[in-house]
Design a protein around this ligand. Structure first.
Ligand code: FAD
Length: 489
């Protein structure tokens, strides 16, 4: 039987993972002939780590998900700088902007999301391009532009105080720029944080040199001057970074008659209404996944790769924590984090220390952790995330748990890597345990990068970079080896 042609549109994080998994199941290409078309002019990279690149804590060259020769060695045809413009489902052909066309037996849409531009005057030139000095943060090219423009140390406005806006603002403040976040809601990160947590976060940000203007609506960008708000005030800005949310890229699907709602609708086998067309990652909408996070994108990629190589693996959904990647701010929120004391079915324990920049909230239902917000409590964040993930009953005395005392057998502990049980999941995005890291080290992997290449740990949201680095150092020290961490610059 000749291999089926699988064509992937998009070469971002979901597509890269999908291609890897297909070749893990089908190393010699006997089942699947794989072609990947990516609109960006470079191979897939870890988009999640753009915020640390903006902050200067991770180098751009360390973002690549694959080495240059990767696809050649695996018999995968990859074309970068190649944007698909039309899908002909009847003929099973995709046409691209460069005039090429590609046949498929199975089509995988992995086109991601694009930044949403709020209705503010002055963001675009007449030809539709963004005004000079205005930029979204979605690609490596965007990041390079923003870094370049921030070099003069001038004031910067960030439009949007969600996760991405706060990460960008903190990163730019670290570069020495005065930064103002303009946010329409009453507190930052309102999708993940309750008002008190948002208030504490606002104080922390202000101490770190980021001003947050709340309930503020931008009306017009005046190049070189700044951002004019509805109340008539001007936020001085030589550069405006747009972080007002994203929208899934669905137009190709929509034009070809694929069902689209707030994303491309898929079932548990990641199929659209056309059984030969699938969607994964930020462009897809599955009822069990929170959009815009890498962990569901990876889990969808894994499930679809298994299905298309002959082992149907239903995808049921993903519950992924949100971790802020901002220097000096340890913030994790997950699950039912917005539940209030007015919810009779929820038990809510909360502690607020605005002066200390700390806030902890635990939501328990039926003796299980259902959600949490941890600002300034990294040990508790790790412990509670493990409890949530494993669904274990929590002790009657909730307080020590809230402040980070580990449960027996959990990952969150103030003790070092030596005390961590082997089965503890260190990297949630890739389900990598401590034992898997130890095994990779024994097989020769060294440093954060080596362990990442061998196991994929830390190549998702990057939230476990520190933990993986700690384990790499601990393993090296226990062997009397010298340690360097080559991932950070
Ligand atoms: C700065 C930043 C920080 C983030 N931080 C986190 C985080 O901490 N945790 C987390 O979970 N998530 C985070 N995310 C989100 C995460 O990056 C995405 O969820 C993830 O990249 C989704 O992968 P994807 O492959 O679906 O989309 P993408 O990685 O966006 O890839 C889609 C690719 O498809 C290409 N494409 C689009 N249309 C076409 C076409 N017609 N033809 C060919 N190619 C096309 C695009 O150019 C792009 O390269 C962050 C995102 C950004 C921008």
């Amino acid at each position: 039987m000749s291999p089926r042609s699988v064509l992937v549109l998009g070469y971002g994080m979901a597509a890269a993972r999908f291609a890897e998994q297909v070749r893990r199941s089908d190393p010699d290409g006997e089942l699947v002939r794989l072609t990947v078309l990516g609109a960006e002019d470079r191979p897939a990279y870890n988009r999640v780590l753009l915020s640390p690149v903006l902050a200067g804590s991770v180098r751009a060259e360390h973002l690549a998900l694959h080495r240059d020769s990767w696809h050649h060695r695996r018999g995968i045809a990859v074309r970068t700088g190649c944007a698909a413009v039309r899908i002909d489902r009847a003929a099973r052909i995709v046409e691209c902007a460069d005039g090429s066309s590609h046949h498929y037996d199975e089509l995988v849409l992995a086109t991601g999301a694009r930044p949403w531009l709020p209705p503010v005057d002055g963001l675009r030139e007449e030809d539709g391009a963004l005004t000079e000095g205005v930029r979204c943060l979605r690609t490596l090219a965007d990041t390079e532009y923003i870094v370049d423009r921030s070099r003069g140390g001038g004031p910067i406005a960030v439009l949007g105080g969600g996760v991405l806006g706060i990460e960008a603002a903190r990163a730019l403040a670290l570069r020495g720029n005065p930064v103002t976040v303009v946010h329409p809601a009453g507190h930052p990160m309102q999708r993940q944080l309750d008002p008190e947590a948002g208030r504490v976060l606002g104080r922390v940000l202000s101490r770190l040199g980021v001003e947050v203007r709340l309930e503020a609506r931008a009306r017009r960008y005046l190049p070189g001057d700044g951002l004019k708000l509805d109340d008539g005030t001007l936020v001085p800005a030589e550069l405006l970074v747009l972080a007002a949310g994203t929208r899934p890229r669905t137009e190709l699907a929509q034009q070809s008659g694929i069902t689209v709602d707030s994303g491309i609708l898929v079932d548990d086998l990641l199929r659209t209404n056309d059984p030969r067309v699938h969607a994964i990652g930020d462009c897809a909408r599955h009822p069990g996944a929170v959009p815009g996070l890498v962990q569901p994108a990876y889990e969808q990629a894994d499930a679809l790769a298994a299905t298309l190589t002959g082992n149907p693996a239903p995808y049921r959904g993903t519950s992924a924590p949100t971790r802020l990647k901002a220097d000096g701010i340890e913030l994790t929120a997950f699950g039912d984090s917005l539940a209030g004391t007015d919810d009779p079915a929820a038990e809510v324990c909360a502690f607020s220390d605005p002066a200390g920049g700390r806030y902890a909230k635990l939501v328990v239902r039926e003796d299980r952790v259902h959600g949490a917000i941890l600002l300034g409590f990294p040990d508790a964040a790790a412990t509670l995330a493990q409890c949530h993930h494993r669904g274990v009953p929590v002790p009657e005395d909730r307080l020590p748990l809230l402040f980070g005392r580990a449960l027996p057998g959990s990952a969150g502990t103030t003790a070092g890597p030596a005390d961590l049980p082997g089965g503890s999941v260190v990297c949630q995005c890739n389900s990598v345990t401590k034992s898997a890291l130890v095994k990779a080290f024994t097989a020769g992997a060294r440093g954060t990068r080596g362990l990442a290449e061998a196991t994929r740990a830390s190549t998702g949201c990057g939230g476990c970079l520190g933990a993986v680095g700690g384990i790499a150092r601990w393993l090296a020290e226990s062997e009397g080896e010298e340690t360097t961490d080559e991932l950070a610059s």
